[in-house]
Design a protein around this ligand. Structure first.
Ligand SMILES: Cc1cc2nc3c(=O)[nH]c(=O)nc-3n(C[C@H](O)[C@H](O)[C@H](O)COP(=O)(O)OP(=O)(O)OC[C@H]3O[C@@H](n4cnc5c(N)ncnc54)[C@H](O)[C@@H]3O)c2cc1C
Length: 343
C-alpha cells in the first residue's frame, strides 16, 4: 500500500520503519529535522516497572510488550550498519538514608499494583552491583528494564526511511482519512505528537534534562533516586556520558531550562556521586510531552487514518507495542488484504 506517516518523532519513525519491513511504500512528512522534537530530548529509558510509581498496569503491560519487541528492531538496524546503543542491565532504585521511607513506599506500590513480582525485582546492596555508589545501602534492582540511545535510534530509523522510503521535509497543514495536504494515500498514520492537540485533546507536560560528560563516574545501571518531592534519574550512556533528569511541569513552554531546575538537577546528581562535580555540561534540553488528561496513550483507527498519540513520558517505552497494535487493527489489515486482491 502507499502509506503516509506524519511526524518523524519516535512514534512516526518506528511506524514508518515497520511499514517498510512489511513491504509498503512509505512517505514520511516531517516539518523540522533539526532534532528539536520531544523524541530527541528523551532519556530513552524502557522502564515499565519504575514508571509504575505513577503509571497504571495498562502502561506496564504495553511496556513489557515493547521490551520484548525492541531487541528485534535494534538487531535489524545493526544488521543494516546502524549501530544503536541498547543496554538491558536494569534499573537500581535507591534512596538516601533520610528518605528510606520513599523506597519502601515504592516497594508497596509495586506490591499493590503487581501482586507477585519477586522474579523481576531483587532487594540488593547497591554497592555490590555499582561499587561507586558508596552513599547508598539498600536498593531495588528492577532486572528487566533497558535503555536505548534516543538520538542514535532516531538517526538510524531516519536513515532507513530515507533509503528505503521517502522522508519529505515538509509541514503538513491537513491530515484526514486517506489524505495528507490533499494528496491521496491508501492509509495515513498521524504521529504529530502535541501538534495534533485539537484532534486528540492533548496538553503539554514540560520535561528537562542535562547531558553530562563525567569521566570520574563509573556507573553502568540506570539509577532512580526516590525522594518525597524531588525524584532523580541518571541514565549512563556510552563513553562516560550521563543523562540527568527529573522535573515535570504542566506547561507547553519549551523555552530554555531555568536556573532553579539546573541547580536542583546538578545538586541531586552530585549527591549520588561526587565525581559529577568535575563533569562537563554537554547540553541542557527541554521538551514538551504530548499528554492526554488520563495520561493514557491512544490508538484511534478509522477507515484510511490511524492516530497514535498521548505518549506522555513513555514514548520509547510504548511505541513498539502501540505500532504493533495499529498494524494489526482489523480495519488496517482488511485494507491491506483488499489492496492485495485488486493488484
Ligand atoms: C526530558 C524528557 C525525558 C523523556 N524521557 C523518556 C524516557 O526515558 N523514556 C520514554 O519512553 N519516554 C521519555 N520521554 C517521553 C518521550 O520523549 C515522548 O513520549 C515522545 O517523544 C513522544 O513521541 P511522539 O513521536 O509522539 O512525538 P514527538 O517526538 O513530538 O514527534 C512528533 C513529530 O511530528 C512533527 N510534526 C508535528 N506537526 C507536524 C506537521 N504539521 N507537519 C509535519 N511534521 C509535524 C514534529 O516536528 C515532531 O518531529 C521523555 C520526554 C522528555 C521531555
Amino acid at each position: 500500500m502507499n502509506i503516509a506517516v506524519v511526524g518523524a518523532g519516535i512514534c512516526g519513525s518506528v511506524m514508518a520503519y515497520e511499514c517498510i519491513q512489511l513491504g509498503h511504500n512509505v512517505t514520511v512528512f516531517e516539518q523540522d529535522m533539526s532534532k528539536q522534537s520531544c523524541s530527541f530530548t528523551a532519556a530513552g529509558m524502557l522502564a515499565p516497572m519504575a514508571e509504575l510509581e505513577s503509571a497504571n498496569t495498562h502502561v506496564y503491560e504495553l511496556g513489557l510488550r515493547s521490551l520484548a519487541l525492541w531487541p528485534n528492531i535494534i538487531s535489524h538496524l545493526t544488521k543494516q550498519n546502524h549501530a544503536v546503543f541498547y543496554r538491558d542491565s536494569g534499573t537500581l532504585v535507591l534512596a538516601h538514608k533520610q528518605d528510606a521511607n520513599s523506597l519502601s513506599q515504592f516497594h508497596d506500590v509495586l506490591q499493590r499494583k503487581l501482586g507477585n513480582f519477586n522474579e523481576s525485582v531483587s532487594v540488593v546492596d547497591p554497592r555490590i552491583i555499582e561499587p561507586e555508589l558508596i552513599n547508598f545501602h539498600s536498593a531495588l534492582h528492577l532486572k528487566q528494564e533497558a535503555q536505548v540511545d534516543s538520538h542514535q535510534v532516531l538517526n538510524a530509523l531516519h536513515n532507513v526511511i530515507g533509503n528505503q522510503g521517502e522522508l519529505r521535509l515538509s509541514r503538513v497543514d491537513s491530515v484526514a482519512c486517506h489524505h495528507v495536504n490533499g494528496e491521496y494515500f491508501d492509509w495515513v498514520f498521524d504521529c504529530r505528537g502535541l501538534a495534533a492537540k485539537q484532534e486528540v485533546n492533548l496538553y503539554g507536560v514540560r520535561g528537562e534534562r542535562i547531558l553530562l560528560h563525567a569521566p570520574e563516574v563509573n556507573i553502568q545501571h540506570m539509577i532512580r533516586v526516590m525522594h518525597p518531592k524531588y525524584k532523580l534519574y541518571v541514565v549512563p550512556r556510552e563513553d562516560y556520558h550521563f543523562i540527568i533528569g527529573a522535573t515535570e511541569i504542566e506547561s507547553a513552554d519549551d523555552g530554555p531550562m531555568s536556573v532553579r531546575s539546573a541547580l536542583e538537577l546538578l545538586s541531586a546528581a552530585y549527591s549520588v556521586h561526587k565525581g559529577f562535580a568535575e563533569a562537563r555540561i554537554v547540553s541542557l534540553n527541554t521538551g514538551v510531552r504530548p499528554t492526554r488528561l488520563d495520561h493514557q496513550p491512544v490508538v484511534d483507527v478509522k477507515g484510511g487514518l490511524t492516530r497514535i498519540n498521548g505518549l506522555y513520558r513513555h514514548g520509547y517505552l510504548l511505541t513498539p507495542a502501540l505500532v504493533e497494535q495499529a498494524l494489526t487493527a482489523e480495519l488496517f489489515t482488511k485494507a491491506c488484504g483488499q489492496q492485495l486482491v485488486t493488484h
